[in-house]
Design a protein around this ligand. Structure first.
Ligand SMILES: Cc1cc2nc3c(=O)[nH]c(=O)nc-3n(C[C@H](O)[C@H](O)[C@H](O)COP(=O)(O)OP(=O)(O)OC[C@H]3O[C@@H](n4cnc5c(N)ncnc54)[C@H](O)[C@@H]3O)c2cc1C
Length: 420
């Protein structure tokens, strides 16, 4: 399990590596901060700079709980400065340009920062413009929910969900094509809202629809099969190959591209999940995949899927949601990515080949309803890799819910501090 596994990667007993290398980390989210902590402990004499304009730290795995009224927004908001080591220089600016041919980045304020090694950890961009008529300002109004970007959106989504739970009507939950962070979140949102209405005795006042862009509900085959039965059993109608392309908030109409052409559906509540892609500065840079599925899908950072090292710019590494690999985009993956990057970066500084290998690990509690979840953990081969012998990855259980609600936040902070 991402939260409770042994300390991976760098061994604390190992001597610190002496170097005068200049290391720049782009992005101070989960991956960037964890990298800053581990690198600053592993290296002596290095100059480490982290670049990010955002000062708040957001515990994003808590957003589904905020959007369903189980947590307050405040619970997921913290300050980056609490987690960053004092030896790391923090440039409070966004990267505007990655210039790997000149080994430098340029901030939005025009400051050029040269590096010997670069770690890209910029997370991803929620592309509201991919749905015509959609914008972040609409969240919480006219029955529109969207849990993805920040606690304010999650809180406003809860307002929309609470209003729907009182009145009932027709709810649509959407899933775009391509890589998204926490691919379980669109499913969790549908199941938690359905569960709320059931528990409040209001289920017969509502119709539930799940519109998915592709032909599956989940990439891991056994969980996919389970959900294909479980959703209809709960009265959630699945609409295959329905990609949300437009929304008309005033008329409460959603439009979907389908193999049979454009289809319109009315709604009282809609959970909009826009397409996700690499942030613009990364997407427009030579560091992005230039061709193939990870270029077409979101212009993600090109890395070798096992070493997390850039194949064309070997002094560049990537971690977290921004990387273009088949599986990931969870905090659990960040926990697995960071020790691999540190190991391989340390080896590169010492002019050796690194032995760190990422196996595609991803995980989260798939929330079925209040107090019930499945602990999903799998790898690149889509094989389940359960951490605990006493929780079946095929069983709905109370324990993964308790983990989600009570334990994982603390464990996430241990990951940030490079201690787990
Ligand atoms: C609703 C929801 C539920 C989730 N549930 C789970 C769960 O149950 N389990 C789980 O393991 N994971 C879950 N996740 C996923 C998890 O939160 C992310 O995978 C994780 O936060 C990724 O870390 P990151 O560092 O890559 O990105 P982030 O934490 O998003 O950080 C990226 C940082 O990069 C910065 N940045 C962006 N562009 C630039 C730029 N141009 N220059 C400089 N900095 C930049 C941003 O400001 C940000 O600080 C969930 C996510 C969401 C949204």
């Amino acid at each position: 399990m991402w939260a409770l596994g042994p300390l991976a990667g760098w061994d604390r007993a190992e001597a610190r590596l002496k170097t005068s290398a200049r290391i720049v980390i782009a992005g101070a989210g989960a991956a960037g901060i964890a990298l800053a902590n581990r690198l600053s402990r592993a290296l002596e004499g290095a100059s480490i700079t982290i670049v990010d304009a955002r000062e708040r730290h957001l515990y994003q795995p808590g957003l589904t709980l905020v959007a369903n009224g189980y947590w307050s927004s405040e619970k997921v908001i913290d300050r980056n400065e609490r987690f960053l080591p004092s030896t790391v220089r923090w440039v409070k600016a966004a990267v505007a340009e990655f210039d790997p041919d000149a080994n430098r980045i340029v901030t939005e304020q025009g400051e050029a920062i040269p590096y010997d090694f670069l770690c890209v950890a910029t997370g991803l961009k929620v592309d509201y413009a991919s749905v015509e008529g959609m914008e972040a300002g609409l969240i919480g109004r006219n029955g529109i929910a969207c849990v993805y970007d920040n606690p304010e959106h999650a809180g406003r989504s809860w307002e929309a969900i609470r209003a729907f739970a009182e009145k009932g009507g027709k709810a649509i939950f959407t899933r775009p094509p391509g890589g998204i962070k926490c691919a379980g979140a669109p499913l969790k949102m549908a199941m938690l809202v359905e569960d709320r209405l059931r528990r409040e005795g209001a289920r017969d006042r509502a119709h539930f629809h799940y519109a998915v862009a592709g032909k599956g509900l989940f990439s891991q085959p056994e969980i996919n099969e389970f959900l294909k039965k479980h959703f209809p059993e709960r009265g959630i109608d699945i609409h295959w190959e329905h990609r949300l392309v437009a929304i008309d908030p005033a008329r409460k109409i959603a439009s979907f591209a389908t193999p049979a052409g454009r289809v319109e559906m009315d709604y009282d509540l809609i959970h909009v999940v826009p397409k996700m892609r690499a942030p613009d500065a990364l997407a427009n840079s030579p560091l992005a995949w230039q061709s193939g599925e990870f270029a077409d899908d979101g212009r993600w950072l090109e890395v070798d899927r096992h070493t997390l090292r850039h194949p064309r710019y070997p002094n560049v590494f990537g971690a977290g949601d921004c990387v273009g690999t088949p599986i990931g985009k969870t905090a659990a993956t960040v926990k697995a990515h960071v020790p691999v990057v540190v190991k391989n970066l340390l080896a590169a500084i010492a002019d050796r080949e690194g032995e760190g290998r990422f196996n595609g690990y991803t995980s989260y509690p798939l929330l079925i309803g209040r107090g019930r979840a499945i602990l999903v953990e799998f790898d690149y081969e889509l094989k389940m890799v359960p951490s605990f012998s006493f929780i079946s990855p095929y069983e709905i259980h109370w324990l993964p819910w308790v983990m989600k609600e009570k334990l994982l936040h603390g464990a996430y902070e241990a990951v940030l501090r490079g201690r787990a």
